[in-house]
Design a binder for this molecule. Sequence first.
Ligand SMILES: Cc1cc2nc3c(=O)[nH]c(=O)nc-3n(C[C@H](O)[C@H](O)[C@H](O)COP(=O)(O)OP(=O)(O)OC[C@H]3O[C@@H](n4cnc5c(N)ncnc54)[C@H](O)[C@@H]3O)c2cc1C
Length: 437
Amino acid sequence: MQNITHNIVIIGGGPAGLAAAVSARQNGENDILILERAAELGGILNQCIHNGFGLHTFKEELTGPEYATRYIDMVVQQNISYKLNSMVIDISKVRDTSDKLVTYINKEDGLQQIVTKTVILAMGCRERARGSLNIPGYRPAGIFSAGTAQRLINIEGECVGREVVILGSGDIGLIMARRMTLEGAKVKVVAELMPYSGGLKRNIVQCLDDYDIPLKLSHTVVNIEGKERVTGVTLAQVGTDRKPIAGSEKYYSCDTLLLSVGLIPENELTQNAGISLNSITNGPNVNDHLETNLPGVFACGNVLHVHDLVDFVSEEASLAGKSAAKFVSKQKILEGLKSYTATSTQNNPIQVLPKDGVRYTVPQTIDFDGMEDTLIVRFRVADVYKNRFISVYYDDKRVQHKKKKVLAPGEMEQVVLLKSTFEGNAPKNITICTETE
Ligand SMILES: Cc1cc2nc3c(=O)[nH]c(=O)nc-3n(C[C@H](O)[C@H](O)[C@H](O)COP(=O)(O)OP(=O)(O)OC[C@H]3O[C@@H](n4cnc5c(N)ncnc54)[C@H](O)[C@@H]3O)c2cc1C
Protein backbone atom coordinates (compact mmCIF):
# COMPACT_ATOMS: atom_id res chain seq x y z
CA MET A 1 0.00 0.00 0.00
CA GLN A 2 1.41 3.37 -1.02
CA ASN A 3 0.91 6.23 1.43
CA ILE A 4 -0.49 9.45 0.02
CA THR A 5 0.05 12.76 1.80
CA HIS A 6 -2.07 15.81 2.52
CA ASN A 7 -1.81 18.83 4.79
CA ILE A 8 -5.39 18.72 6.05
CA VAL A 9 -7.69 15.68 6.07
CA ILE A 10 -11.28 16.41 7.07
CA ILE A 11 -13.36 13.45 8.25
CA GLY A 12 -17.01 14.04 7.37
CA GLY A 13 -18.52 16.11 4.58
CA GLY A 14 -21.52 17.50 6.49
CA PRO A 15 -21.95 21.21 7.22
CA ALA A 16 -19.04 21.15 9.71
CA GLY A 17 -16.58 19.46 7.34
CA LEU A 18 -17.60 21.67 4.41
CA ALA A 19 -17.29 24.95 6.34
CA ALA A 20 -13.95 23.85 7.83
CA ALA A 21 -12.63 23.09 4.33
CA VAL A 22 -13.77 26.43 2.90
CA SER A 23 -12.23 28.32 5.81
CA ALA A 24 -8.90 26.41 5.62
CA ARG A 25 -8.76 27.30 1.92
CA GLN A 26 -9.57 30.97 2.63
CA ASN A 27 -6.76 30.95 5.20
CA GLY A 28 -4.21 29.97 2.59
CA GLU A 29 -4.16 26.15 2.63
CA ASN A 30 -4.50 24.39 -0.74
CA ASP A 31 -3.84 20.76 0.13
CA ILE A 32 -7.13 19.66 1.70
CA LEU A 33 -9.03 16.38 1.37
CA ILE A 34 -12.56 15.70 2.66
CA LEU A 35 -13.44 12.04 3.28
CA GLU A 36 -17.18 11.31 3.42
CA ARG A 37 -18.66 7.85 3.97
CA ALA A 38 -22.03 8.69 2.36
CA ALA A 39 -22.72 8.92 -1.37
CA GLU A 40 -23.14 12.72 -1.19
CA LEU A 41 -21.75 15.71 0.64
CA GLY A 42 -24.12 17.61 2.95
CA GLY A 43 -24.50 15.30 5.96
CA ILE A 44 -27.75 15.29 7.88
CA LEU A 45 -28.91 18.44 6.05
CA ASN A 46 -29.83 16.38 2.97
CA GLN A 47 -32.84 14.93 4.79
CA CYS A 48 -33.89 18.18 6.53
CA ILE A 49 -36.18 19.52 3.81
CA HIS A 50 -37.93 21.97 6.16
CA ASN A 51 -36.85 25.61 6.22
CA GLY A 52 -35.27 27.53 9.09
CA PHE A 53 -31.61 27.12 8.15
CA GLY A 54 -29.19 29.93 7.38
CA LEU A 55 -30.82 32.92 9.11
CA HIS A 56 -27.50 33.86 10.78
CA THR A 57 -25.06 32.83 8.03
CA PHE A 58 -26.87 33.96 4.89
CA LYS A 59 -29.59 36.24 6.42
CA GLU A 60 -32.08 34.10 4.50
CA GLU A 61 -34.35 31.24 5.43
CA LEU A 62 -33.17 28.15 3.55
CA THR A 63 -34.02 24.44 3.61
CA GLY A 64 -31.33 22.01 4.78
CA PRO A 65 -30.39 20.88 1.23
CA GLU A 66 -30.26 24.54 0.06
CA TYR A 67 -27.94 25.43 2.94
CA ALA A 68 -25.70 22.44 2.21
CA THR A 69 -25.62 23.31 -1.50
CA ARG A 70 -24.26 26.79 -0.73
CA TYR A 71 -21.24 25.20 0.97
CA ILE A 72 -20.86 22.37 -1.56
CA ASP A 73 -20.74 25.01 -4.32
CA MET A 74 -17.96 26.85 -2.43
CA VAL A 75 -16.00 23.58 -2.05
CA VAL A 76 -16.31 22.87 -5.77
CA GLN A 77 -15.47 26.46 -6.81
CA GLN A 78 -12.37 26.41 -4.63
CA ASN A 79 -11.22 23.08 -6.10
CA ILE A 80 -11.16 21.36 -2.71
CA SER A 81 -10.74 17.59 -3.15
CA TYR A 82 -13.23 15.17 -1.67
CA LYS A 83 -13.88 11.45 -1.79
CA LEU A 84 -17.36 10.02 -1.34
CA ASN A 85 -18.31 6.51 -0.15
CA SER A 86 -15.06 6.63 1.82
CA MET A 87 -15.20 5.49 5.43
CA VAL A 88 -12.39 6.46 7.78
CA ILE A 89 -11.63 3.55 10.08
CA ASP A 90 -8.57 4.71 12.00
CA ILE A 91 -6.48 7.71 13.02
CA SER A 92 -3.06 7.21 14.55
CA LYS A 93 0.22 9.07 15.06
CA VAL A 94 3.18 8.66 12.72
CA ARG A 95 6.23 7.73 14.79
CA ASP A 96 8.87 10.41 15.40
CA THR A 97 6.93 13.15 13.60
CA SER A 98 3.89 15.23 14.43
CA ASP A 99 2.08 13.77 11.38
CA LYS A 100 -1.04 11.59 11.60
CA LEU A 101 -1.97 8.49 9.67
CA VAL A 102 -5.59 8.33 8.50
CA THR A 103 -6.86 4.96 7.24
CA TYR A 104 -9.98 4.83 5.08
CA ILE A 105 -11.69 2.31 2.87
CA ASN A 106 -13.69 2.63 -0.34
CA LYS A 107 -14.47 0.56 -3.46
CA GLU A 108 -11.96 2.25 -5.80
CA ASP A 109 -8.95 2.63 -3.49
CA GLY A 110 -9.58 -0.38 -1.21
CA LEU A 111 -7.84 0.12 2.12
CA GLN A 112 -5.81 3.31 1.87
CA GLN A 113 -3.63 5.33 4.24
CA ILE A 114 -2.93 9.04 4.18
CA VAL A 115 -0.11 10.79 6.02
CA THR A 116 -1.38 14.22 7.01
CA LYS A 117 -0.15 17.17 9.03
CA THR A 118 -3.59 17.85 10.50
CA VAL A 119 -6.97 16.17 10.89
CA ILE A 120 -10.31 17.90 11.36
CA LEU A 121 -12.89 15.69 13.06
CA ALA A 122 -16.36 16.49 11.64
CA MET A 123 -18.16 13.13 11.93
CA GLY A 124 -21.43 14.47 13.37
CA CYS A 125 -23.53 12.27 15.64
CA ARG A 126 -25.94 9.36 15.52
CA GLU A 127 -29.30 8.83 17.16
CA ARG A 128 -29.82 6.98 20.40
CA ALA A 129 -31.77 3.83 19.51
CA ARG A 130 -34.46 1.83 21.26
CA GLY A 131 -31.90 -0.67 22.58
CA SER A 132 -30.50 2.01 24.87
CA LEU A 133 -33.93 2.63 26.47
CA ASN A 134 -35.53 0.30 28.96
CA ILE A 135 -38.97 0.04 27.37
CA PRO A 136 -40.64 -3.30 27.98
CA GLY A 137 -42.79 -5.06 25.38
CA TYR A 138 -42.22 -6.86 22.09
CA ARG A 139 -40.03 -5.53 19.33
CA PRO A 140 -42.61 -5.25 16.57
CA ALA A 141 -42.28 -3.34 13.30
CA GLY A 142 -43.25 0.31 13.49
CA ILE A 143 -40.60 1.63 15.91
CA PHE A 144 -38.23 4.10 14.26
CA SER A 145 -35.76 6.65 15.44
CA ALA A 146 -37.08 10.06 14.36
CA GLY A 147 -34.10 10.71 12.07
CA THR A 148 -34.54 7.35 10.31
CA ALA A 149 -38.22 8.14 9.77
CA GLN A 150 -37.19 11.55 8.42
CA ARG A 151 -34.81 9.95 5.92
CA LEU A 152 -37.39 7.34 4.84
CA ILE A 153 -40.05 10.01 4.22
CA ASN A 154 -37.94 12.83 2.80
CA ILE A 155 -35.38 10.86 0.78
CA GLU A 156 -36.87 7.40 0.11
CA GLY A 157 -40.47 8.65 -0.24
CA GLU A 158 -41.85 6.06 2.24
CA CYS A 159 -44.41 7.21 4.80
CA VAL A 160 -43.63 5.20 7.91
CA GLY A 161 -47.06 5.18 9.63
CA ARG A 162 -50.59 6.54 10.00
CA GLU A 163 -51.17 6.86 13.74
CA VAL A 164 -48.10 8.04 15.57
CA VAL A 165 -46.83 8.54 19.10
CA ILE A 166 -43.51 10.34 19.51
CA LEU A 167 -41.23 9.88 22.51
CA GLY A 168 -38.85 12.79 23.02
CA SER A 169 -39.41 16.47 22.35
CA GLY A 170 -35.98 17.43 21.03
CA ASP A 171 -35.92 19.29 17.73
CA ILE A 172 -36.00 16.15 15.58
CA GLY A 173 -39.05 14.81 17.42
CA LEU A 174 -40.84 18.15 17.06
CA ILE A 175 -39.98 18.51 13.38
CA MET A 176 -41.15 14.96 12.69
CA ALA A 177 -44.47 15.60 14.46
CA ARG A 178 -45.16 18.32 11.89
CA ARG A 179 -43.75 16.32 8.99
CA MET A 180 -45.91 13.25 9.74
CA THR A 181 -48.98 15.49 10.06
CA LEU A 182 -48.25 17.09 6.67
CA GLU A 183 -47.96 13.55 5.23
CA GLY A 184 -51.54 12.84 6.41
CA ALA A 185 -50.68 10.87 9.56
CA LYS A 186 -52.33 11.55 12.93
CA VAL A 187 -49.76 12.40 15.59
CA LYS A 188 -51.60 11.59 18.80
CA VAL A 189 -49.11 12.88 21.35
CA VAL A 190 -45.49 13.82 21.94
CA ALA A 191 -44.26 12.51 25.30
CA GLU A 192 -41.22 13.94 27.06
CA LEU A 193 -39.51 12.41 30.09
CA MET A 194 -38.15 15.72 31.36
CA PRO A 195 -40.35 18.49 32.80
CA TYR A 196 -39.27 20.70 29.85
CA SER A 197 -38.87 20.22 26.11
CA GLY A 198 -35.38 19.64 24.78
CA GLY A 199 -36.23 21.53 21.59
CA LEU A 200 -36.14 25.14 20.48
CA LYS A 201 -39.12 27.28 21.51
CA ARG A 202 -39.80 28.17 17.88
CA ASN A 203 -40.12 24.46 17.01
CA ILE A 204 -42.64 23.85 19.83
CA VAL A 205 -44.80 26.66 18.45
CA GLN A 206 -44.40 25.89 14.73
CA CYS A 207 -44.46 22.09 14.89
CA LEU A 208 -46.85 21.26 17.78
CA ASP A 209 -48.98 24.26 18.77
CA ASP A 210 -49.81 25.18 15.15
CA TYR A 211 -51.13 21.63 14.57
CA ASP A 212 -52.82 21.10 17.96
CA ILE A 213 -50.48 18.22 18.83
CA PRO A 214 -50.38 17.71 22.61
CA LEU A 215 -47.04 17.71 24.42
CA LYS A 216 -47.00 15.67 27.62
CA LEU A 217 -44.04 16.70 29.76
CA SER A 218 -42.78 14.36 32.53
CA HIS A 219 -44.18 11.34 30.65
CA THR A 220 -42.61 8.24 29.20
CA VAL A 221 -43.52 5.05 27.34
CA VAL A 222 -43.96 2.18 29.79
CA ASN A 223 -45.24 -0.48 27.37
CA ILE A 224 -45.32 -1.19 23.66
CA GLU A 225 -48.06 -3.49 22.35
CA GLY A 226 -48.27 -5.45 19.10
CA LYS A 227 -46.49 -8.54 17.77
CA GLU A 228 -46.08 -8.08 14.01
CA ARG A 229 -46.61 -4.32 14.10
CA VAL A 230 -47.09 -1.78 16.89
CA THR A 231 -50.79 -1.59 17.88
CA GLY A 232 -50.45 0.83 20.78
CA VAL A 233 -48.26 2.25 23.51
CA THR A 234 -48.90 3.06 27.15
CA LEU A 235 -47.61 6.32 28.57
CA ALA A 236 -47.20 7.08 32.25
CA GLN A 237 -46.36 10.22 34.16
CA VAL A 238 -42.98 10.22 35.90
CA GLY A 239 -42.02 11.73 39.24
CA THR A 240 -39.06 13.93 40.01
CA ASP A 241 -36.98 10.71 40.14
CA ARG A 242 -38.08 10.12 36.49
CA LYS A 243 -39.72 6.84 37.50
CA PRO A 244 -43.30 6.07 36.31
CA ILE A 245 -46.06 6.91 38.79
CA ALA A 246 -48.37 3.89 39.30
CA GLY A 247 -51.96 4.61 38.30
CA SER A 248 -51.05 7.39 35.82
CA GLU A 249 -50.90 5.04 32.79
CA LYS A 250 -52.81 5.94 29.64
CA TYR A 251 -53.08 3.79 26.51
CA TYR A 252 -52.78 5.25 22.99
CA SER A 253 -53.59 3.09 19.98
CA CYS A 254 -51.08 3.71 17.19
CA ASP A 255 -49.15 1.85 14.49
CA THR A 256 -45.91 3.80 14.85
CA LEU A 257 -43.64 4.93 17.66
CA LEU A 258 -40.96 7.48 16.81
CA LEU A 259 -38.04 7.85 19.20
CA SER A 260 -36.28 11.18 19.47
CA VAL A 261 -34.30 10.46 22.58
CA GLY A 262 -30.94 12.03 22.03
CA LEU A 263 -27.90 12.18 19.80
CA ILE A 264 -24.53 10.60 20.44
CA PRO A 265 -21.43 12.27 18.94
CA GLU A 266 -19.60 9.70 16.77
CA ASN A 267 -16.31 9.57 18.62
CA GLU A 268 -15.10 5.97 18.33
CA LEU A 269 -12.30 7.11 15.97
CA THR A 270 -11.44 9.95 18.35
CA GLN A 271 -11.29 7.66 21.35
CA ASN A 272 -9.18 5.04 19.55
CA ALA A 273 -6.72 7.80 18.62
CA GLY A 274 -6.20 8.41 22.37
CA ILE A 275 -7.92 11.82 22.34
CA SER A 276 -9.50 12.82 25.64
CA LEU A 277 -13.30 13.04 25.66
CA ASN A 278 -15.51 15.22 27.82
CA SER A 279 -17.96 13.20 29.93
CA ILE A 280 -20.76 15.76 29.52
CA THR A 281 -20.54 16.60 25.79
CA ASN A 282 -19.24 13.13 24.77
CA GLY A 283 -17.04 15.10 22.37
CA PRO A 284 -13.31 15.82 22.59
CA ASN A 285 -11.97 18.40 25.03
CA VAL A 286 -10.65 21.31 22.97
CA ASN A 287 -8.85 24.60 23.43
CA ASP A 288 -9.88 27.92 21.89
CA HIS A 289 -8.40 26.84 18.52
CA LEU A 290 -10.73 23.81 18.70
CA GLU A 291 -7.61 21.67 18.94
CA THR A 292 -7.84 18.42 20.90
CA ASN A 293 -5.14 17.15 23.25
CA LEU A 294 -3.50 15.48 20.21
CA PRO A 295 -1.69 18.41 18.56
CA GLY A 296 -2.83 18.96 14.98
CA VAL A 297 -6.21 17.26 15.46
CA PHE A 298 -9.15 19.68 15.54
CA ALA A 299 -12.89 19.09 16.03
CA CYS A 300 -16.09 20.92 15.11
CA GLY A 301 -19.83 20.47 14.66
CA ASN A 302 -21.93 17.75 16.25
CA VAL A 303 -18.96 15.49 16.90
CA LEU A 304 -17.70 18.16 19.31
CA HIS A 305 -21.04 18.90 21.01
CA VAL A 306 -24.62 18.59 19.78
CA HIS A 307 -25.85 21.73 18.03
CA ASP A 308 -29.41 22.78 17.28
CA LEU A 309 -28.54 25.48 14.72
CA VAL A 310 -26.46 24.68 11.70
CA ASP A 311 -25.34 28.32 11.46
CA PHE A 312 -23.37 27.89 14.69
CA VAL A 313 -21.90 24.66 13.28
CA SER A 314 -20.58 26.57 10.26
CA GLU A 315 -19.18 29.37 12.44
CA GLU A 316 -17.42 26.92 14.74
CA ALA A 317 -16.12 24.86 11.79
CA SER A 318 -14.64 28.00 10.18
CA LEU A 319 -12.51 28.42 13.30
CA ALA A 320 -11.38 24.76 13.11
CA GLY A 321 -10.43 25.23 9.43
CA LYS A 322 -8.52 28.44 10.16
CA SER A 323 -6.71 26.83 13.12
CA ALA A 324 -5.70 23.81 11.01
CA ALA A 325 -4.36 26.09 8.24
CA LYS A 326 -2.33 28.06 10.81
CA PHE A 327 -1.00 24.82 12.31
CA VAL A 328 0.17 23.63 8.87
CA SER A 329 2.05 26.85 8.10
CA LYS A 330 3.70 26.81 11.54
CA GLN A 331 4.66 23.15 11.07
CA LYS A 332 6.21 23.92 7.68
CA ILE A 333 8.41 26.60 9.26
CA LEU A 334 9.49 24.16 11.98
CA GLU A 335 10.25 21.47 9.41
CA GLY A 336 12.36 24.03 7.53
CA LEU A 337 14.31 24.48 10.76
CA LYS A 338 14.59 20.67 10.94
CA SER A 339 12.67 20.66 14.21
CA TYR A 340 10.04 17.95 14.16
CA THR A 341 8.42 18.45 17.56
CA ALA A 342 4.65 18.62 17.72
CA THR A 343 3.69 22.16 18.63
CA SER A 344 0.95 21.90 21.17
CA THR A 345 -0.91 25.12 21.77
CA GLN A 346 -1.98 23.89 25.18
CA ASN A 347 0.92 25.05 27.34
CA ASN A 348 -0.31 26.68 30.55
CA PRO A 349 -3.90 26.90 29.40
CA ILE A 350 -6.57 28.92 31.18
CA GLN A 351 -9.27 26.49 32.39
CA VAL A 352 -12.85 27.41 31.47
CA LEU A 353 -15.05 26.03 34.24
CA PRO A 354 -18.83 25.49 34.07
CA LYS A 355 -20.57 26.09 37.44
CA ASP A 356 -23.98 26.59 39.08
CA GLY A 357 -26.40 25.60 36.35
CA VAL A 358 -23.94 25.62 33.43
CA ARG A 359 -23.36 22.00 32.33
CA TYR A 360 -20.36 22.38 30.05
CA THR A 361 -18.43 24.86 27.96
CA VAL A 362 -16.73 24.62 24.57
CA PRO A 363 -13.82 25.31 24.56
CA GLN A 364 -12.70 23.84 27.86
CA THR A 365 -9.31 25.61 27.85
CA ILE A 366 -7.84 28.81 26.39
CA ASP A 367 -4.31 29.31 25.14
CA PHE A 368 -3.83 32.91 26.34
CA ASP A 369 -0.82 33.74 24.13
CA GLY A 370 -2.36 32.41 20.94
CA MET A 371 -5.90 33.60 21.68
CA GLU A 372 -7.75 35.61 19.03
CA ASP A 373 -9.03 39.09 20.01
CA THR A 374 -12.58 37.74 20.26
CA LEU A 375 -13.56 34.29 21.48
CA ILE A 376 -17.04 32.75 21.59
CA VAL A 377 -17.59 30.27 24.42
CA ARG A 378 -20.70 28.11 23.91
CA PHE A 379 -22.52 26.23 26.64
CA ARG A 380 -25.81 24.70 27.75
CA VAL A 381 -27.61 25.10 31.06
CA ALA A 382 -28.78 22.17 33.19
CA ASP A 383 -32.44 23.11 33.71
CA VAL A 384 -35.06 25.70 32.78
CA TYR A 385 -34.31 28.93 34.67
CA LYS A 386 -36.31 32.17 34.67
CA ASN A 387 -34.85 35.65 35.26
CA ARG A 388 -31.32 34.43 35.95
CA PHE A 389 -28.03 36.07 35.18
CA ILE A 390 -25.25 34.55 33.15
CA SER A 391 -22.00 35.59 34.79
CA VAL A 392 -18.36 35.31 33.80
CA TYR A 393 -15.57 35.41 36.38
CA TYR A 394 -11.84 35.81 35.74
CA ASP A 395 -10.63 33.98 38.86
CA ASP A 396 -12.66 35.77 41.62
CA LYS A 397 -13.46 38.91 39.64
CA ARG A 398 -16.88 39.11 37.97
CA VAL A 399 -16.47 40.62 34.50
CA GLN A 400 -19.84 39.87 32.87
CA HIS A 401 -23.32 39.74 34.36
CA LYS A 402 -26.25 39.59 31.96
CA LYS A 403 -29.90 38.93 32.78
CA LYS A 404 -31.81 36.37 30.70
CA LYS A 405 -35.59 36.04 30.95
CA VAL A 406 -35.49 32.30 30.18
CA LEU A 407 -32.64 29.82 29.95
CA ALA A 408 -33.38 26.26 28.75
CA PRO A 409 -31.20 23.19 28.09
CA GLY A 410 -32.57 22.99 24.53
CA GLU A 411 -31.10 26.37 23.55
CA MET A 412 -27.34 26.68 23.23
CA GLU A 413 -26.03 29.84 24.93
CA GLN A 414 -22.84 31.78 24.38
CA VAL A 415 -20.63 34.45 25.94
CA VAL A 416 -18.08 36.49 24.05
CA LEU A 417 -14.66 37.00 25.65
CA LEU A 418 -12.45 39.84 24.47
CA LYS A 419 -8.71 39.40 24.92
CA SER A 420 -8.43 43.11 25.76
CA THR A 421 -10.47 42.52 28.94
CA PHE A 422 -7.66 40.37 30.38
CA GLU A 423 -5.52 43.55 30.54
CA GLY A 424 -2.39 41.54 29.82
CA ASN A 425 -2.86 39.13 32.75
CA ALA A 426 -4.09 35.64 32.09
CA PRO A 427 -6.40 34.43 34.86
CA LYS A 428 -5.91 30.84 36.01
CA ASN A 429 -9.58 30.04 35.63
CA ILE A 430 -12.55 31.53 33.84
CA THR A 431 -15.84 30.47 35.41
CA ILE A 432 -19.15 30.65 33.57
CA CYS A 433 -22.19 30.25 35.82
CA THR A 434 -25.80 31.25 36.35
CA GLU A 435 -26.75 33.49 39.29
CA THR A 436 -30.08 34.53 40.76
CA GLU A 437 -28.96 38.12 41.40
C1 LIG B 1 -32.92 15.63 12.17
C2 LIG B 1 -32.25 16.95 12.37
C3 LIG B 1 -32.96 18.13 12.17
C4 LIG B 1 -32.31 19.37 12.29
N1 LIG B 1 -33.00 20.53 12.05
C5 LIG B 1 -32.33 21.71 12.08
C6 LIG B 1 -32.99 22.97 11.74
O1 LIG B 1 -34.20 22.99 11.48
N2 LIG B 1 -32.27 24.12 11.71
C7 LIG B 1 -30.94 24.11 12.01
O2 LIG B 1 -30.29 25.15 11.93
N3 LIG B 1 -30.30 22.96 12.38
C8 LIG B 1 -30.96 21.78 12.43
N4 LIG B 1 -30.32 20.63 12.78
C9 LIG B 1 -28.94 20.72 13.27
C10 LIG B 1 -27.89 20.73 12.19
O3 LIG B 1 -28.37 20.28 10.98
C11 LIG B 1 -26.76 19.85 12.65
O4 LIG B 1 -26.31 20.38 13.85
C12 LIG B 1 -25.62 19.83 11.62
O5 LIG B 1 -26.04 19.17 10.46
C13 LIG B 1 -24.39 19.11 12.17
O6 LIG B 1 -23.40 19.13 11.18
P1 LIG B 1 -22.16 18.13 11.23
O7 LIG B 1 -21.40 18.36 9.96
O8 LIG B 1 -21.49 18.26 12.52
O9 LIG B 1 -22.81 16.68 11.22
P2 LIG B 1 -23.55 15.85 10.07
O10 LIG B 1 -24.47 16.68 9.29
O11 LIG B 1 -24.12 14.67 10.77
O12 LIG B 1 -22.34 15.38 9.13
C14 LIG B 1 -21.36 14.45 9.54
C15 LIG B 1 -20.86 13.72 8.32
O13 LIG B 1 -19.76 12.92 8.67
C16 LIG B 1 -19.83 11.70 7.96
N5 LIG B 1 -19.04 10.68 8.69
C17 LIG B 1 -19.23 10.25 9.96
N6 LIG B 1 -18.28 9.32 10.30
C18 LIG B 1 -17.49 9.19 9.22
C19 LIG B 1 -16.35 8.37 8.95
N7 LIG B 1 -15.84 7.54 9.85
N8 LIG B 1 -15.76 8.47 7.73
C20 LIG B 1 -16.26 9.32 6.80
N9 LIG B 1 -17.35 10.12 6.99
C21 LIG B 1 -17.95 10.05 8.19
C22 LIG B 1 -21.33 11.40 7.94
O14 LIG B 1 -21.68 10.51 6.90
C23 LIG B 1 -21.91 12.80 7.72
O15 LIG B 1 -22.10 13.12 6.37
C24 LIG B 1 -30.95 19.40 12.67
C25 LIG B 1 -30.26 18.20 12.91
C26 LIG B 1 -30.89 16.99 12.79
C27 LIG B 1 -30.12 15.71 13.11
